[in-house]
Design a protein around this ligand. Structure first.
Ligand code: CTP
Length: 398
């Protein structure tokens, strides 16, 4: 029973989906969780505080001030193992994203140290509005986690995306959340991600098309599983959760040095970066002027970071590499696994639909050094990250 004894602070905002949250409280209590409920004024237009007080067997909290004294929002926030905002209206999501504090829910949210999960509920057009998308992005970057919304009939009578998850779905998400959180608690992970730029002169470089999305998704998944995560990120415009300790680098040499710094302290190392294999032998201090005739460039090999890491890694450390192949994919990936002394290698084949740079999907096969092979269909990079982390955990537990 992953929810037995867990302290859940359920925050309810103004949406017709409030009725589902009442059922959800019953399920939580049945699962052995201790539940306290905060309601905004908007929520109370749909359901009374008495409903939630009766179901949760606790007082319902509604105001910053109560009978002449203030409600201790800091202690409420500290009490909770997790805070779940369900239903989270568009308005509350916007206020949370911008740090507003005009009700008890927001004061508790701003004081919270526990994980915050958000189950949005709104009409499809509001859900797809760019302002809502930006606010959700901000909250994700701040480390909050969103439950997926459902498609179906909406309060407007329209049919579309934006329905809050069903009570049973929220319960199993929360159970999964607590089970998952424990798996890598106390472990330290390092991820390399993005491209590297090898300078030719102050304005030009040799680089590649890596976006860094896959590596960042892996870092976020490790974080969700409770690990302390360090990310070394090449030039990339991608936003990273602030709970991930991120070091930005430009060249392969900088990425190598950052990786080797305290390398022995990591339990899991995932090298998802597309490091340039060659760099100009000489970097011109001034912009290189064009000549009438051709231009030749002398390149030298960069350090293979994965290979260097494989040389010094201990048996307790799990080292994971990537292989991007266009031919003889399996053979090349397995060769890379043993040559670089990795524990696992994640193969992307550019021949597979949905795999490769830039896009939001990827198709992978994972090989481990015990000759096990794990096949996966094309999925979003977030889902692929979850498959990779599950495989790493399975490998470490074998
Ligand atoms: N890698 C690295 N440092 C490099 C090159 C690659 O750490 N200088 C890592 C990548 O992060 C990836 C793995 O090695 O995890 C595989 O990289 P890839 O470029 O596919 O393989 P290479 O070893 O460079 O071999 P080739 O280019 O011949 O396929």
């Amino acid at each position: 029973m992953p929810l037995q004894g867990k302290k859940i602070l359920l925050c309810v905002t103004g949406s017709i989906a409030v009725y589902k949250s009442a059922l959800f409280v019953r399920l939580l209590v049945k699962s052995g969780a201790e539940v306290k409920v905060i309601m905004t004024k908007g929520a109370q237009d749909f359901v009374t505080p008495l409903t939630f007080a009766t179901l949760s067997k606790n007082k319902t909290f509604t105001d910053l001030f109560h009978e002449g004294s203030w409600e201790n929002h800091v202690m409420l926030a500290r009490w909770a193992d997790a805070m779940l905002i369900a239903p989270a209206s568009c308005n509350t999501i916007a206020k949370m994203a911008h740090g507003l504090c005009d009700n008890l829910l927001l004061a508790v949210y701003l004081s919270s140290k526990c994980p915050v999960l958000i189950a949005p509920a709104m009409d499809e057009d509001m859900w797809h509005n760019p302002a809502t998308k930006k606010n959700i992005q901000i909250l994700k970057q701040n480390g909050n986690e969103f439950l997926p919304v459902n498609k179906g009939e909406l309060a407007s009578g329209l049919h579309g995306e934006g329905r809050m998850a069903e009570p049973e779905e929220m319960l199993s998400y929360l159970e999964g959340f607590f089970a998952r959180e424990k798996r890598l608690t106390g472990k330290k992970a390092l991820v390399t991600a993005g491209p590297t730029y090898e300078a030719l002169d102050p304005v030009r470089f040799i680089g590649n098309h890596s976006s860094g999305k896959m590596g960042v998704a892996i870092a976020e998944e490790l974080l969700k599983n409770g690990a302390e995560v360090h990310l070394i990120l090449g030039p990339s415009s991608i936003d990273v959760d602030k709970k991930i300790k991120t070091k930005k680098v430009t060249s392969g040499q900088e990425m190598y040095e950052a990786t080797m710094d305290d390398f022995k302290s990591y339990d899991i190392i995932v090298m998802a970066a597309a490091v340039a294999d060659y760099a100009p032998k000489n970097k011109s201090q001034q912009k290189i002027k064009k000549e009438c005739h051709g231009f030749s460039l002398e390149l030298i090999k960069t350090k293979d970071i994965l290979f260097e890491a494989g040389k010094i890694k201990s048996d307790a450390q799990t080292l994971v590499g990537f292989a991007l192949e266009t031919e003889n994919e399996r053979e090349n990936a397995i060769k890379k696994l043993s040559k670089k002394n990795a524990d696992l290698i994640v193969l992307n084949s550019l021949n597979d639909e949905g795999a490769g740079f830039g896009g939001d999907t990827n198709k992978i096969t994972i090989f481990d050094k015990n000759k096990k092979e794990y096949n996966f269909p094309a999925k979003t990079k977030k889902e692929v990250a979850s498959d990779i982390i599950n495989t790493i955990i399975q490998y470490r537990n074998e």
